[in-house]
Design a protein around this ligand. Structure first.
Ligand SMILES: [Zn+2]
Length: 352
């Protein structure tokens, strides 16, 4: 696809972007063979790779994240087991694995009940002696509730608003004080303007280290004043409870802002039972599996080495996955990917 994209900084300056060829006519592309215009239309700088059956820890963790995203429990179980194998070999890996599950509950799910359960179990899961079954149970619990790409959850609106808010930030590169951002965010919440509220949350988040904590405290105060129980639970019972571990993560505050500004999800209170038996069977099956490389769709080439951008966790890419669901009523990597149909340019100043 070829299109013209207006400069983010100079009104009236236009660049020719060719998605297929991954080229742009801007000066930055000339110098680096990559630029923000390409990223703005979903073409990210990728680290291509040949995948091995013994990937490193980060690569395996990325495979776990993608499996959670697509609700592929068996694939997720394999990579969670693989990551857990680093527990005594790689310092900090247990923390990273467990933290990723907690983040995954919000990056890939709208069930606050599931997030609360994970937040409650978080300290126990970090114990060196924890039974692996307990860790695996959390993966199963997350995957039993549908993800945002299933429109029945209300998740398409969340991803859509996030994508539009992110694109608004492209055209507003100037930095603002955190106070100004938080006031504007609150105003947008009062106006029930979801995109504007998420935009100001993102601008506030840019203001540096520790911004997440400020935003969360402000959101908790707003949620309390508005008697908004879901946002209150998200901030109080999950994010602020583990703020030290989650400080640089935007998923919990993102959902709280969206909910406060009028977003709704049907799965906020959905939590399914997970039995010891099913977890054991899952672990046994993994233990009987010969080692194999992460599937291509698990490796986006941006967050880890790989060749398949489709399920990367950027707003624009996630919205494309929503559109894949709209087409097939499912999100399966084996279904044909129609980039020009699934990838939306909404919110960008373009002409073709
Ligand atoms: Zn460019």
């Amino acid at each position: 696809m070829k299109l013209r994209l207006e400069s983010f900084t100079t009104q009236g300056a236009w660049y020719d972007v060719d998605k297929g060829a991954a080229t742009c006519t801007c000066p930055a592309f000339d110098a680096n063979l990559h630029c923000k215009h390409l990223e703005a239309v979903g073409v990210y700088k990728q680290h291509k790779a040949t995948l091995s059956a013994r990937p490193n820890y980060s690569q395996a963790l990325s495979a776990l994240v993608k499996s959670i995203r697509l609700r592929d429990i068996e694939e997720g179980a394999y990579w969670l087991t693989y990551c857990w194998g680093f527990k005594d070999k790689l310092s900090g890996s247990q923390f990273r694995t467990v933290r990723r599950l907690l983040i995954g509950s919000a990056e890939d799910g709208h069930s606050i009940a599931v997030m609360e359960k994970l937040a409650e179990n978080f300290p126990a899961l970090l114990n060196k002696q924890v039974e692996f079954e307990r860790v695996m149970a959390e993966l199963v619990r997350i995957c039993k509730v549908p993800n945002w790409w299933n429109p029945a959850t209300g998740g398409h609106d969340y991803i859509h608003c996030g994508m539009l808010a992110m694109r608004k930030t492209f055209y507003a590169p100037q930095s603002c004080s955190i106070g100004h951002c938080l006031n504007s965010m609150e105003q947008a919440i009062n106006d029930q303007s979801k995109v504007a509220a998420m935009f100001w949350m993102m601008k506030a988040d840019e203001s540096g280290k520790g911004a997440g904590l400020h935003i969360a405290q402000h959101l908790l105060a707003i949620a309390t004043r508005h008697h908004h129980a879901p946002a209150q639970r998200l901030m109080q019972n999950v994010y602020l409870r583990h703020a030290k571990s989650l400080s640089d993560d935007g998923n919990f505050i993102g959902q709280a802002v969206w909910l406060l500004a009028g977003g709704t999800s049907t799965v906020i209170d959905q939590i399914e039972p997970v039995t010891r038996g099913e977890v054991r069977r899952l672990i046994e099956r993994v233990n009987d599996t010969q080692s194999y490389p992460p599937p291509e769709w698990c490796c986006d080439g941006v967050h880890c080495a790989g060749n398949d951008i489709r399920y990367a966790g950027m707003w624009d890419r996630m919205y494309a996955a929503c559109n894949q669901f709209n087409r097939y009523q499912q999100v399966l990597p084996s279904d044909e990917w129609l980039e020009d149909q699934f990838y939306s340019l909404e919110g960008l100043r373009t002409c073709t």
